[in-house]
Design a protein around this ligand. Structure first.
Ligand code: PMP
Length: 445
């Protein structure tokens, strides 16, 4: 790639790209072009955001139509058709009884809103001693102090500990590291028992909630829960009066083959957070969705002490509504299942050739390759090798964007997420595989 396209070395911005990056010029479908005309395949939909592909004409038209009428109406001054319609649509796609929706502008805001609703609910029902939210390690639930406090990601959270309350953690159910069979329901029960022990240790009267990603995102590398896990943690939470919160920021929006990742199982949460694929890269949009009885209790107790200026932004809601309409019109969730199964088979087909691929994980079009030193023991690669980064750069140089995550010593190996938009065709899977195979070959050399 010509070096004069690499502009951000001189930038006033200080995002951590790690590498100089070209200037983005345009994007359409699963492809993106830089200002020099180089074409990239968006093999990770940005950060698992652009689920329906770029420049979808129906979404752009819906945004244009909304923009021509008005772009902002403050939520305390006006109701808008777009926010009402998107709230109704969201409730219809969520779990039974989860019919109250609070719009935000991103994933951290959605998780932060869930934490604050849960806490206010405990106060409203006369249980003010409940304030701890148990989460899993590793996990990532957002960068605001509240969401960070419940993220199992010490490198990000530790510097801020004096400014927030550290929250209890249990292990994410990484059966492959613990030598357990993910298909055996005893494995799900094993990790649910760890949650119950943690609740008892903390004192059930102090525990407010438990948060998990139904299908893991970046922190666990497309972790699919073991058999029985989702139902068993639901049962433990219910028994101890602990609210179950699903973080669907990455797994929601259809890419696991269901609108919500958790809907691949039967156990419903009490509160959930969505974002990323909800606005699908067209607008900053997220939502916190909750059981009606929770919101009713909070509203009866004096109202929800929380809010963002841009909550329910009409342009964002108009785009979000059009995104869902396109997902349904083009059966993108069906495509995520079919194309995801094809891509997963192709990725598994790489394993004999590349022994450092420890596992291919995921569901639908939320897939990951784990990179290891030894496939049997799952021993991680040495951190100084920066395998996650080197492989991602090899792919980038070949016009394929994938999403890297470094090894979390003792928790997970290096991995890369492969999560192209839900409109990806079988032929495009071929294009992805060609570039990825070249990248893996160069990485192995
Ligand atoms: N939760 C999960 C599971 C995420 O993956 C992310 C973002 N990667 C967040 C929360 C935070 O979302 P945002 O960056 O939009 O604030």
């Amino acid at each position: 790639m010509p070096s004069d396209t690499l502009r951000n070395t001189r930038s006033h911005l200080f995002y951590q790209t790690g590498h100089p990056r070209p200037v983005l010029d345009r994007a359409e479908g699963i492809y993106m072009w830089d200002s020099e005309g180089n074409r990239f395949i968006d093999g990770s939909s940005g950060a698992m955001v652009c689920n329906i592909g770029h420049s979808n004409p129906a979404v752009l038209a819906a945004m244009q139509a909304q923009m021509e009428r008005f772009t902002f109406g403050y939520r305390l001054h006006f109701v808008t058709e777009a926010s009402e319609a998107l709230a109704a649509k969201t409730a219809s796609l969520a779990w039974p009884g989860m019919d109250r929706v609070f719009f935000v502008s991103g994933g951290s805001e959605a998780v932060e809103s869930a934490i604050k609703l849960a806490r206010q609910y405990a106060i409203a029902i006369g249980q003010p001693s409940r304030w701890k939210i148990i989460s899993r390690s590793p996990s990532y639930h957002g960068c605001t102090l509240g969401a960070l406090a419940i993220s199992g990601y010490e490198a990000l959270s530790d510097p801020f500990l004096p400014m927030m309350q550290a929250m209890p953690k249990v292990s994410a159910p990484r059966a492959w590291l613990d030598g357990l069979d993910p298909a055996d329901p005893a494995t799900g029960a094993h990790y649910a028992a760890e949650l119950e022990r943690k609740i008892l240790e903390e004192g059930p009267d102090s525990v407010l909630g438990f948060i998990l990603e139904p299908v893991g995102g970046a922190s666990t590398g497309a972790l699919v829960p073991p058999a029985g896990y989702m139902e068993a943690v639901r049962e433990v939470c219910t028994r101890h009066g602990v609210l179950l919160i699903h973080d669907e920021v990455m797994s929601g929006g259809g890419r696991t083959g269901r609108f919500l990742g958790g809907q691949n199982w039967t156990a419903a949460p009490d509160i959930l957070a969505v974002s990323k694929g909800f606005g699908a890269g067209y607008v900053p949009l997220g939502a916190m969705v909750a059981q009606g009885h929770i919101v009713d209790a909070v509203m009866a107790g004096g109202g929800f002490l929380h809010g963002f200026t841009y909550a329910g932004n009409p342009l964002a809601c108009a785009a979000g509504l059009a995104v869902i309409a396109e997902i349904e019109r083009q059966d993108m969730m069906g495509n995520a299942q079919r194309t995801g199964a094809l891509l997963k088979r192709e990725l598994e087909g790489l394993m004999p050739r590349f022994p450092f691929i420890g596992e291919v994980r995921g569901m639908g079009l939320l897939l990951a390759l784990e990179l290891v030193a030894d496939r049997d023991s799952k021993e991680p690669l040495p951190p100084e090798l920066r395998a996650f980064d080197r492989l991602t750069e090899q792919a980038y140089q070949r016009g394929l964007i994938i999403y890297p995550r470094r090894s979390r010593g003792g928790y997970s190996g290096d991995h890369v997420l492969i999560a192209p938009p839900m409109i990806t065709t079988p032929a495009q899977v071929g294009e992805i595989m060609e570039r990825l195979t070249d990248a893996l070959t160069a990485f192995a050399a």
